[in-house]
Design a protein around this ligand. Sequence first.
Ligand code: ZN
Ligand code: ZN
Length: 273
Amino acid sequence: MPMFICTACGTQYPDSAAAPAQCAICEEERQYVPPRGQTWTTLAGLRGSHTNTFREYDDGIIGIGSVPAFAIGQRALLVRTPKGNILWDCISMLDDATVTMIKGLGGIQAIAISHPHFYTTMVEWAHAFGARIHLHAADKEWIMRNDAAIELWDGETKALWDGVTLVRCGGHFPGGTVLHWAKGAGGRGVLCSSDIATVATDRKFLTFMWSYPNFIPLSAPQVEGIAAALAAFRFDTIYGHYFDRVIAKDGKAVLKASVERYVAAVEGKRGYE
Ligand SMILES: [Zn+2]
Ligand SMILES: [Zn+2]
């Protein structure tokens, strides 16, 4: 039986004779059902309509996204460390070319995902590469296709290897996670912030929302909580969740300035109210 994929958020559901009546993730306030209504595809269907594209950033980080853009349109990152590769975040489209190329780069030893909007076809990726999937337990209700490869973690941080740490920041989702790589960016540190701390369109600031499509902000204490979760970590480069959303340097100072700007804005202290 086919495993249907929601075309609005990219989430794959367990096999079923007919498409699900609704997508639980898109029916919730942090996503949306498009005006055309709910539609579905499958991985076989996606392979006929889309292909993957790659961009190598500095220091062993390769972006993987789909063309044309599919669902939310995020790109994943292959974080390449000496002791193994980590797939950070995930995309729905996975084809033979992608598997062959990533295997040529050493495969994927672990998959870690920031929040449920990017769970997509994570189980397909885990099976293709024999990788474990690390998800924060606080968001487990949003796992639509369960699998033995999924490993839930609890608490505030989870260390992988080679200075790679998953850090729970919360905010957008209770288990909202970012990836910190201490040895990335030539040892200055990398933060993969996804849309838990979103790189703004001007790439000068980060911003924070509870619902991005429906414009519902986080509170000041929630955003200060994200800053507190990252206080102990050094980083220079910040990778957001789209190909072009990268803050190349001074990431730590950018986070501080961004949190101050955000808190001032939501507290009515920006000076142009
Ligand atoms: Zn959906
Ligand atoms: Zn999201």
